[in-house]
Design a protein around this ligand. Structure first.
Ligand code: DC
Length: 465
């Protein structure tokens, strides 16, 4: 079953988002807050105080709850009576928060929710779904917004419904509920370690929905298995080996040996002067090196001409299928990547490399510039995402022109920079802005590179005269 958990405090927009995501993905939506509300409603109907644990516990013995869907909308029946029309009254929020803190209530609701999730593909929203109800959920999100923003949203919603409410009271209630929900003993509101954090303060509902769908897509998309055929395909053994290549190399003895041979050869065949070598070598620990991409050989040039230790590059998955080349790439520290799809294995490998304090060389354009023009095409957001997730500095690098046999070329290294202002960011907009910053720095490096080469040429002409 597919289970998507969306947790977060009151008013973060969970139910609207969960409903839309469920509808778009053809799943059922389960509003678990409504279950606590229905329990509180039933207690109030019975004249039982929502904080009286003993009385509520006895009440639960005779309380049955059925979740039904009528015209696609969730309805909660308690002992055969539909409570749904009464659950959204303002006073019910506090009552639900109070009753939800009682352990017997939680155990009963959690049991119902687990049973539901076992038999349905479902999006659940609540407070403890990812941490307690379904720690094995396929995808987990923690959605929040500032209390002020949440109070403003609730205020607008209630005013539109014609209810007479006061903003300050709403804000106070929200803060009180945040406190209650996150300080109760059993399964308090908190972000699961593996939940995707979404701050919706400055996001539209559409953006949040798009983000969630994107993450769900990435996390649940089955990987296309390698075609295993006898003639032009690859053997099952080889397919297994490629999978192993996603584990970044640990020992680089072969790479270092190779470097001794390759450096002088490269100096003859693709003579490349590295300008501002210190910029490139001065960064300690993990770093993302970005570069423009003209030819197949430019992937290797920095590996041998600049880095003293290994740098990991990304290489097309298909190349790993080629027997010797695949092994060679692996030994070079290359990570296989399936093009044209969100390759979660590649993402994991890259994050591991960077988290281990290693270097990554990446081409932000994603593909090769086959025209050989200086103008770079649009950047993919991957570079920014990796640098943000691992807090890695970025070192911008630029080839002056496409490397050509026996022709002198330049690899200009710009000033390293960070995307510090985006740390913690996850939304598509923030990634877009961060990517723009990478682009600006690469453009600036291009300008400096051209200036450097123009100066060299001028000096060369003067010397001739
Ligand atoms: O999401 P809501 O406002 O409808 O939830 C009402 C109350 O129910 C909320 O204050 C906390 C509680 N609740 C909970 O404890 N666990 C859940 N999974 C969902 C809601």
């Amino acid at each position: 079953m597919l289970n998507i958990a969306i947790d977060g405090p009151a008013g973060a927009g969970k139910s609207t988002v969960a409903k839309t995501v469920a509808k778009d993905l053809g799943l059922i939506y389960l509003d678990t807050g409504a279950m606590y509300r229905a329990t509180a409603y039933y207690a109030l109907q019975q004249g039982i105080a929502v904080t009286d644990e003993e009385a509520v516990k006895t009440m639960l013995d005779d309380m049955s709850m059925d979740i039904k869907y009528e015209d696609g909308a969730q309805q909660i029946y308690v002992n055969g009576i539909n409570t749904t029309p009464y659950l959204r009254e303002h006073y019910m929020s506090k009552a639900a928060s109070d009753i939800s803190a009682l352990p017997p209530v939680r155990y009963k609701m959690v049991e119902l929710q687990r049973g539901f999730a076992k038999t349905h593909d479902v999006v659940l929203d609540g407070r403890d779904i990812g941490t307690f109800v379904l720690p094995q959920a396929n995808c987990k999100f923690y959605m929040t917004a500032t209390p002020e923003e949440r109070a403003t949203r609730r205020y607008k919603e209630l005013i539109e419904k014609g209810q007479n409410v006061d903003y300050d009271t709403l804000l106070k209630d929200i803060m009180q509920r945040d406190y209650n929900d996150s300080h109760r003993e059993v399964a308090p509101l908190k972000q699961a370690d593996d939940a995707d954090f979404v701050d919706t303060t400055a996001m539209s509902i559409e953006d949040v929905v798009a983000h969630i769908k994107e993450v769900v897509h990435i996390k649940t998309k089955p990987h296309k298995e390698e075609p295993v055929s006898t003639d032009k395909g690859i053997s099952a053994k080889r397919a297994k080996k490629i999978k192993k290549y996603y584990q970044p190399q640990k020992s680089f003895a072969f790479y270092r040996f190779l470097r001794v041979i390759m450096r002088p050869m490269q100096a003859i065949f693709w003579p490349t002067k590295v300008v501002n070598r210190d910029n490139g070598l001065g960064v300690e620990g993990n770093a993302v090196y970005t570069c423009n991409h003209y030819s197949k050989v430019d992937t290797f040039i920095p590996c041998f001409a600049l880095f003293k230790r290994e740098a990991h590059i990304l290489a097309k998955h298909e190349l790993f299928k080629v027997p010797i080349a695949g092994w060679f790439l692996h030994k070079m520290g290359a990570i296989p990547v399936r093009r044209g799809e969100a390759d979660i294995d590649a993402v994991k490998s890259v994050l591991k490399v960077l988290k281990d304090g290693k270097k990554l060389l990446i081409f932000p354009e994603g593909t090769r510039n086959k025209e050989g023009s200086q103008e770079m095409s649009e950047f993919k957001t991957g570079t920014a995402r990796f640098a943000i997730r691992t807090k890695s500095p970025i070192v911008p690098m630029l080839y002056y022109t496409s490397p050509k046999l026996f022709k002198r070329n330049y690899l200009y290294i710009g000033e390293p920079f960070t995307l510090e202002e985006f740390y913690g960011a996850r939304t598509p907009e923030q990634m877009h802005l961060a990517t723009e910053k990478v682009r600006e720095r690469m453009d600036e490096t291009r300008r400096l590179c051209n200036e450097y080469v123009a100066n060299l040429k001028k000096k060369g002409k003067k010397a001739k005269k």
